[in-house]
Design a protein. Structure first.
Length: 296
């Protein structure tokens, strides 16, 4: 196992969508998420972390130490029970066990962090047993990702589609096609910002240098195994990493993010591809103690 990370990081992800819906809003008929005041598109952190989890699950295939806690069709209690079994407790014996061993909660937490990549990375709320004292606690992960926001306001388009497959026998007697609607964004470039705390990695989850490299790989490839007709063409275009020379960091995160300027090639241009934008990093605004790494 590689060493726990020793440097603070911030990172910026630039990804785009072409003729697709990057993140549907269930409160708005699954239309692309949008800030109603500004018109800028939004992709939630939950959406991005889901794709990172899916990539890790694909490449690691349940390898020891790289299992995924938050996954489809797997109740959280099933995974929690593994932590309880590891320390040999049940809902009926937990109170007595805590009296004998005050460290039992930490042991359960450490077991979950060691075995599940997404807990070690993003943290988790594992207090799923409400009626008794048996739970795996809450873990604050060292890696945090904010909402992504589009560089320019977006316009959501509804496209009418038809299909020749009829749903019922009765409908087949009355019509030959059925109509539907599909919501797309013609093109948008999104920007997401993330943070990695070496302090939390050391004190809480044990997030390692190997985990960090896997995280970068997962971010770069998170859309490559997630293609669908609904999402159109999506791709990560830039992953800009800021590596501090210390555990607690050398400058505020906003200074680093402000040093990245993303602008259209011309003001009157309607962007329809990534090359319609330019990405400029103003190195003079970044302290010498922070290394800038462009992963793509």
């Amino acid at each position: 196992m590689s060493e726990v990370i020793k440097n603070r990081y911030e990172f910026m992800i630039l990804f785009d969508v072409e003729n697709g819906n990057p993140n549907g809003d269930p409160d708005a008929g699954n239309l692309p998420r949008i800030d109603p005041e500004s018109g800028y598109g939004i992709v939630t952190d939950v959406c991005l972390k889901r794709k990172i989890r899916n990539y890790v699950e694909i490449v690691k295939e349940e390898q020891e130490g790289y299992r995924i806690y938050i996954k489809e069709n797997v109740p959280l209690n099933r995974s929690d029970n593994e932590g309880f079994a590891y320390v040999g407790v049940t809902d009926k014996t937990i109170k007595e066990a805590k009296k004998k061993d005050p460290e039992i909660d930490r042991k359960i937490r450490d077991f979950m962090c060691k075995n599940f990549f997404d807990i070690r990375t993003f943290g988790a709320v594992m207090t799923t047993f409400v009626k008794n004292a048996l739970n795996c606690g809450q873990v604050r992960g060292p890696v945090q990702i904010g909402f992504a926001r589009s560089i320019d306001p977006i316009i959501s388009q509804e496209v009418t589609i038809t299909r020749v497959a009829i749903t019922t026998e009765k409908d087949a007697e009355e019509k030959k096609t059925e109509m539907g609607r599909k919501s797309i964004v013609p093109y948008a470039l999104y920007r997401a910002e993330g943070y990695i705390s070496a302090n939390l990695a050391r004190k809480v989850t044990g997030f390692t240098e190997g985990d960090l490299e896997l995280l970068w790989e997962a971010i770069i490839n998170m859309f490559e195994h997630d293609h669908s007709a609904a999402r159109g063409n999506m791709a990560v275009r830039e992953l800009i990493v800021f590596k501090h020379s210390s555990e607690l960091g050398n400058c505020p995160a906003y200074r680093l993010f402000d040093a990245v300027e993303i602008r259209k090639q011309t003001d009157d241009l309607t962007p329809r591809k990534f090359s319609d934008y330019s990405v400029v990093i103003h190195q003079e605004q970044i302290p010498d103690s922070v290394e800038v790494i462009r992963k793509i």
